[in-house]
Design a protein around this ligand. Structure first.
Ligand code: AMP
Length: 284
């Protein structure tokens, strides 16, 4: 199962991708997380990326694609992946096609009036990356992750000014991808207003529509496999945030991987990532 989740900033892509990755044992590949990890590590690439992230602009494609390809090659996945935050412009979508096939693109569509509040109220666990919202999804204790007791913080780019720029960037550069995928017949639009569970159920319905054989897996309890390798979702252990978290509750799940990949030389990319198709999916 090779999925792409599209949607504007704070549409809930990370939360939903994390839940899908747990349910279907998919590798969760979030380019925003990969970039924040590079920033937290203080690498030169991270320093370069931060300048763009702090203004709400897109990080240059070469940096993002290099990170993503590296992650795909170094992390195993038995059952496929869910891409979250990538592609973000048409060039990235085209380059993605050079190194992997995509089965289904799910576009989460949210009333634009809600997005600013969603972003500025968001709080993230510094340790495990779990996402909360002060109003819509609070943790049990203010400022503390339910899952591991980690400190919750406000992302540098979740302040109002930067969020507005990120929303403009989405409109101008990312939205055109929706038409691109629509023309390939791989796109399904998902109503993104509502609770986390409501949106998750809509995503699951779209997945079952594509792969009816997954109906039981989509509705049954989640069968936990072996704990995820620590590398499958980066811990957020960067410098202290500008603002301290006050917020509350979590969602998201363990990231799981396992795996196998096939490589093929193609174009300027060294490897082509082909996660297995849905036939290999229904065994967990
Ligand atoms: P996210 O966590 O997905 O909201 O991403 C946070 C920031 O990381 C974005 O505002 C961009 O600056 C950068 N970023 C994440 N993914 C990409 C991408 N695919 N291409 C370019 N920049 C990205």
């Amino acid at each position: 199962m090779r999925l792409v989740l599209l949607g504007p900033p704070s549409a809930g892509k990370g939360t939903q991708a994390s839940m899908l990755s747990t349910r279907f044992d998919l590798l969760h590949l979030a380019t925003g997380d990969l970039l924040r990890e590079a920033v937290a590590n203080g690498s030169s690439l991270g320093k370069k990326a931060k300048k763009y992230m702090d203004t709400g602009a897109l990080v240059p494609d070469a940096i993002v694609i290099g990170l993503l390809e590296g992650k795909m090659k170094s992390t195993q996945s038995q059952t496929g992946f869910v891409l979250d935050g990538f592609p973000r412009n048409l060039d990235q979508a085209k380059q993605l096609e050079e190194f992997t096939d995509i089965d289904l693109v799910l576009s989460i569509e949210v009333n634009p009036g809600l997005l600013l509040e969603r972003a500025t109220g968001r709080r993230v666990c510094r340790t495990c990356g779990a996402v909360y919202h002060l109003r819509f999804n609070p943790p049990k204790a203010p400022g503390v992750c339910d899952k591991d007791g980690g400190e919750l913080y406000l992302r540098d780019d979740d302040n109002e000014e930067v969020v507005k720029k990120r929303l403009r960037t989405y409109e101008e550069q990312t939205k055109p991808i929706i038409q691109h995928y629509e023309s390939t017949g791989k796109l399904k639009r998902i109503e993104g207003d509502g609770s986390i569970d409501e949106v998750q159920n809509r995503l699951l319905a779209a997945i079952v529509e594509q792969w009816p054989q997954l109906d039981g897996l989509a509705h049954g309890p989640i069968h936990k496999k072996a704990a995820a390798p620590a590398s499958s979702r980066p811990a957020m252990q960067g410098p202290r945030p500008q603002a301290q978290a006050q917020g509350q509750r979590q969602q998201g799940g363990q990231q799981q991987g396992g795996g196998r990949r096939r490589k093929r030389h193609r174009g300027r990319h060294r490897g082509r990532y082909n996660g297995p198709g849905p036939r290999q999916q229904g065994n967990n």
